[in-house]
Design a protein around this ligand. Structure first.
Ligand SMILES: Cc1ncc(COP(=O)(O)O)c(C=O)c1O
Length: 437
């Protein structure tokens, strides 16, 4: 076939045999049972069932996932955790409600604020200066915010973070439930954790997990779980707002196969991956459990220049998930075997790693001048950040680290934020979108 630029780019990159330390979690290795996608690519018919009507074989497959996660119900998502976060916040809040939101949330949560017209109270995280990342959410801080803002209906946090930092979900659930609120956990990066041990994910009222990020499952496949407070019909109703009315059957079948694989040997393979990661964390400068409670399989290397370290790996055909000024983030999964780890270790020997540069703690969020919803729909223009002082941002300015928006949509850009961004090396000549008021 001629003139297939994307297909050609992907196949020629794959032929280069890159060591994939990024998502999807299958790492380009065959997904058994999925070699002929067309054969199982159906539409809603009596034998195939209907995702958003519930029941049937899809319902049975979802129930098995719920059991594996010790949750009451599960819904398959074909639009990634993005669809799950939007659906979860739709269920947890009514338009106009106040939500306590992890300031480090993914943009899907910020989009949910705008779509649902929610009022955010932002929850900061402690800054781990030595590690150069934000730490776990503090239950005490949550309690303080709930006392100061008794109108808060839900808490939405990310655990684990991109850097693998885990929060104490049982403690957060206890605080939240004592105050009559709902705990939504964006566990997009933690779909593998229940196959490794008890990381408290089942304490969430609503839990979102991206199968495709850390499990052998195709891009966009994800899961939404509920624990009692919301029925399966609730999950279907909310997720259908944001999902295609023609969800992919191969993707749903892949979720079914993925769970079976994880229970039949994938979990043990993941334990071996955790052992390899523990060994590499000792051998090379990396975030460790001494810094914060961590996902045992996320490998975050520390480097005086994270971008240079990333490039040095790529030059050896080793491809990280991402880098920031002081880290390189790798996503090893159960699909990485002994030879992959040996290849990684060999490559790491050639890279300048070491303590990450000292970053100052994130600044206090600026004043909110527009609601997130107003910020989404207001007319806008682009300006270099350096010239945006006094303007209201309608986008996020969220460099890594800290990975939390220094400026969130609706906030007025101030001198302090610009100075902070400059200090951490952000290019303040880069354009940001601001409101035309
Ligand atoms: C914390 C977090 N939540 C949600 C998402 C969205 O997940 P997906 O890409 O599966 O839609 C991401 C994506 O990177 C993420 O990092």
């Amino acid at each position: 076939m001629e003139n297939t630029p994307l297909y050609d780019a992907l196949t020629s990159f794959a032929a280069q045999n890159p060591l994939r330390l990024h998502m999807p979690g299958h790492k380009g290795k065959p997904l058994p049972g999925l070699d002929n996608l067309a054969a199982i690519d159906f539409t809603e018919l009596p034998p195939t069932g209907n995702l958003f009507e519930g029941g049937g074989a899809i319902g049975e497959a979802e129930a098995l996932w719920a059991e594996a996660f010790r949750m009451e119900s599960c819904l398959f998502l074909t639009g990634g955790s993005t669809q799950g976060v939007l659906a979860a916040l739709t269920l947890a809040c009514q338009p106009g409600d106040t939500v306590l939101l992890d300031r480090g949330s993914h943009r899907s949560a910020y989009n949910a604020l705008a779509l649902l017209d929610l009022k955010p109270v932002y929850l900061d995280r402690p800054w781990l200066a030595r590690a150069g990342v934000t730490g776990p959410i503090s239950p005490e801080r949550v309690e303080e915010q709930l006392t100061a803002h008794p109108e808060i209906k839900a808490l939405c946090i990310t655990s684990p973070t991109y850097y693998g930092v885990l929060s104490d979900l049982p403690a957060l659930a206890e605080v939240m439930h004592r105050h009559g609120g709902v705990l939504v956990v964006d566990g997009a990066h933690g779909a593998h954790l229940p196959f490794l041990g008890d990381y408290g994910l089942s304490e969430a009222d609503l839990l979102v997990a991206s199968a495709h990020k850390t499990l052998p499952a195709p891009g966009q496949s994800a899961l939404l779980f509920s624990n009692g407070a919301f029925s399966h019909a609730d999950l279907r109703r909310a997720a259908s707002i944001y999902g295609s009315s023609s969800p992919s059957y191969p993707m749903m079948a892949a979720l079914d196969l993925c769970r079976a694989h994880m229970l039949e040997g994938g979990g043990e393979a993941y334990s071996r991956t955790a052992e390899e990661v523990a060994r590499l964390r000792e051998r090379f400068p990396a975030l460790t459990e001494q810094d914060a409670p961590l996902d045992p399989t996320r490998l975050v290397l520390c480097a005086p220049d994270g971008y240079a370290a990333q490039e040095a790996l790529e030059a050896q055909n080793v491809w990280p998930e991402m880098a920031d000024g002081g880290h390189v983030v790798l996503i090893p999964t159960c699909a990485d075997g002994r030879s992959d780890f040996a290849r990684l270790e060999e490559a790491l020997r050639q890279v300048a790693l070491g303590p990450c540069p000292g970053y100052p703690a994130p600044t206090v969020p600026p004043e909110m001048a527009l609601t997130p919803r107003q910020a989404l729909f207001v007319p806008r223009k682009s300006l270099p950040l350096e010239q945006a002082e006094g303007q209201v941002a309608v986008c996020q300015v969220a460099p890594y680290p800290p990975g939390v928006p220094v400026i969130a949509p609706g906030e007025r850009v101030n001198k302090k934020s610009i100075a902070y961004l400059k200090q951490i090396g952000y290019n303040t000549l880069e354009d940001v979108s601001v409101a035309v008021l």
